[in-house]
Design a protein around this ligand. Sequence first.
Ligand code: BG6
Length: 506
Amino acid sequence: MTAPGKGRTPEPAPPTTLFLFGAHGDLVKRLLMPALYNLSRDGLLGEGLRIVGVDHNPISDADFALKLENFIRNEAASKVGNGQDSLDPQLWAALAKGISYVRGDFLDEQTYRDLAAKIAANGTANAVFYLATAPRFFTEVVTRLGAAGLLEESAEGFRRVVIEKPFGSDLQTAEALNACLLKVMTEKQIYRIDHYLGKETVQNILVSRFSNSLFEAFWNNHYIDHVQITAAETVGVETRGSFYEHTGALRDMVPNHLFQLLAMVAMEPPAAFGADAVRGEKAKVVGAIRPWSVEQARANSVRGQYAAGKRDGQPLAGYREEPNVAPDSTTETFVALKVMIDNWRWVGVPFYLRTGKRMSVRDTEIVICFKPAPYAQFRDTEVDELQPTYLRIQIQPNEGMWFDLLAKRPGPELEMANIELGFAYKDFFTMQPSTGYETLIYDCLTGDQTLFQRADNIENGWRAVQPFLDAWKQDASVQAYAAGTDGPAAGDELLARDGRVWHRLG
Ligand code: BG6
């Protein structure tokens, strides 16, 4: 993330060999290559970028490049180009010139000798190893990269490793993975990706909060009653049944994406927009989440699972009928949680988090709910009660920020109405097609770790989530909700018992 306000044009990334482990996987085809194309469209890649696919299937360099090209043209066209044309033939040809492939088993040392040879042939010592693989390969690949000497940096070049999520499956496995990475490289070389941080609207939370002094005036427990963070999806588990069965909504979304949103909203102002300052503040606030006991975790969480339902009159299958899902599965596809942050700014302000698949609409939003104004002045008027007011930050799909405030309805009576002051991204900015990975890849190539997770940030997240996992080990029951709805009734009760309601989605 280029620090705001400097008005400088970003420099193209330095010459680098970018190894994509898991080159035949979905992530490379759907997101990473389209993002690299968009970076080259924007002049941010420079001449010296070499992209090397690494995977076990044999394929020639030319066929690998062609396969990527065909995929992007047919399947990812809406994410690339300039909105009218997808792939510009000249631009693609220039990028494709730098694409090659190494066939190799991730567990075989010969593969790593082949990678060393590639680096030597490419004429730059800079290398990034992007692990777009199944998580079981993370430690295997990193240990072998270390043993082969490929992670040793020198004055001639940097060596960096990008790790995708899931980063561990609980606190213990996340700590073990961090320990393994830090045995063979330093924290400065590790780029733990959370794609939510690539979203413009997520980056904007930080910039808007800290560039408009208005926000700081009310951003605390004097004026804020509670905060709601929702990531509602309409998609089901699709083809990922076997992954999702042992992951579930909590691990898949909470310690990573939802806690990133929570950290952006709740962190203290960093001293600068640099990686150390920003990540330090984020780690502090996530570390301040109150560690629930197992009983408290059970009382403050709801697990749901979608059953068969309907959207727009079309039937939707239940989770247990999805491919590679057990017919008696108790994996949660919906979770709602209440967490408390024990610091001066937030003490007493609950943060309610929820996420689910097959909900009524796609909507990722943060709702900052303000405390009600004192009612005294309205006692002798027609106004029976003051409706809650709030600030809604919509991350997707309709990106923007809206204040929902109260105003007087015109007329002789004193009647109140809710009105909206808003900003929609599309009304102010022209957004180029993108995948959300552009900034993250560029930042990794240029050595800016601000938008990547540091070890303590990840571990603090798992520490806050661990009591829920422990509670559910003892009682793994799930509440059914019909696909196409907003989760089980217990999700509403979690707020109702505190006298609150979820903001209506959509
Ligand atoms: C991924 C999860 O990390 O994020 C998916 O594994 C989820 O299950 C996805 O669908 C949501 O991302 P986005 O950008 O569509 O909100």
